[in-house]
Design a protein around this ligand. Structure first.
Ligand code: SAM
Length: 279
């Protein structure tokens, strides 16, 4: 059966263009176009939205995004071997797919897109967390994007949605949930990918809130959270003592106990502490 876009099946694309997967580029491809269309739909209504895709590879998810009606897709791919297959997709969707052959860490995507903007990607594992942290820590809020729909290793996905008291709770959960609603939209076994990675994966959907859940200076919050979780097993009075000489008083002012540990503190608690440190 031919695909909705009339393009060849992805296995054929990979064979034609000699796209043997490179581990160093985190290449684990999704070849099932029903699955990639499903992931594209997880981003919500794409009609009337621009999409940033990082790491399109042979273009399975890209084809899903375009078939689901994305107004414009900016696809940033480091591997030059993927340019030819991506050009074939662009030809089927005139004017709607722009491909940039570059390292995603070097591209100012916001400047090339028109809001509303959704980020949708099966991220390369080597730079996935770094990109997420960048998207979550812009100079100003709200950020350039409305939502992020991202495939991660399941362990990273669990850290993004973790709640206080769990082992996975830490800096990433606080960064993500302070200014976003975050949930796991789908879990995938290794066999969903070619080649199969060693670990499970999950798609996380993050929706940017108009503003933070609780007031705090982003830089101070980041300092407090980093210090608290760098020594997550220690009591806060010990892990945070470098932040202020009277840290025990400030912890109490924030409604926290100096003997609490980072893992127990809610986002609201960390924000309250950051506010006491601003004075
Ligand atoms: N989107 C495709 C799919 O779902 O089948 C491929 C996903 S694969 C997990 C990650 C892709 O990111 C690969 O195509 C890889 O070449 C690309 N990549 C790796 N590092 C990159 C970087 N720093 N910037 C842009 N693309 C990168």
């Amino acid at each position: 059966m031919s695909a909705i876009d009339g393009l060849p099946p992805l296995r054929q694309v990979i064979a034609t263009h000699g796209l043997s997967a490179k581990k160093a580029l985190g290449q684990n491809f999704l070849l099932d176009l029903n699955l990639t269309a499903k992931i594209a739909r997880m981003a919500g209504d794409l009609a009337g939205a621009d999409v940033l895709e990082i790491g399109p590879g042979p273009g399975g998810l890209t084809r899903g995004l375009l078939a689901e009606g994305a107004r414009h897709v900016l696809a940033v791919e480091k591997d030059a071997r993927c340019m030819a297959p991506l050009a074939e997709i662009a030809a089927v969707y005139p004017g709607r797919l722009e491909v940039v052959n570059a390292d995603a860490l070097d591209v100012d995507a916001a400047a090339r897109l028109t809001p509303p903007i959704k980020v949708v990607a099966n991220l390369p594992y080597n730079v996935g967390t770094e990109l997420l942290v960048r998207w979550l820590t812009p100079e100003v809020w709200p950020p350039f994007w409305d939502s992020l729909t991202l495939m991660f290793q399941r362990e990273v996905a669990e850290r993004i949605i973790a709640t206080p008291g769990s082992k996975a709770y830490g800096r990433l959960a606080i960064l993500a949930q302070w200014r976003c609603d975050a949930r796991i939209a789908m879990r995938l076994p290794p066999e969903a990918f070619t080649p199969a990675p060693k670990v499970d994966s999950a798609v996380v959907h993050l929706k940017a809130l108009p503003g933070p859940r609780f007031e705090a200076d982003p830089k101070l919050l980041e300092r407090v959270v980093a210090a608290a979780f760098n020594q997550r097993r220690k009591m806060l009075r010990a892990s945070l003592k470098g932040l202020a000489p009277d840290i025990e008083d400030r912890l109490r002012m924030a409604g926290l106990s100096p003997t609490d540990r980072a893992e127990q503190i809610s986002i609201e608690g960390f924000c309250a502490l950051a506010r006491t440190l601003a004075d």
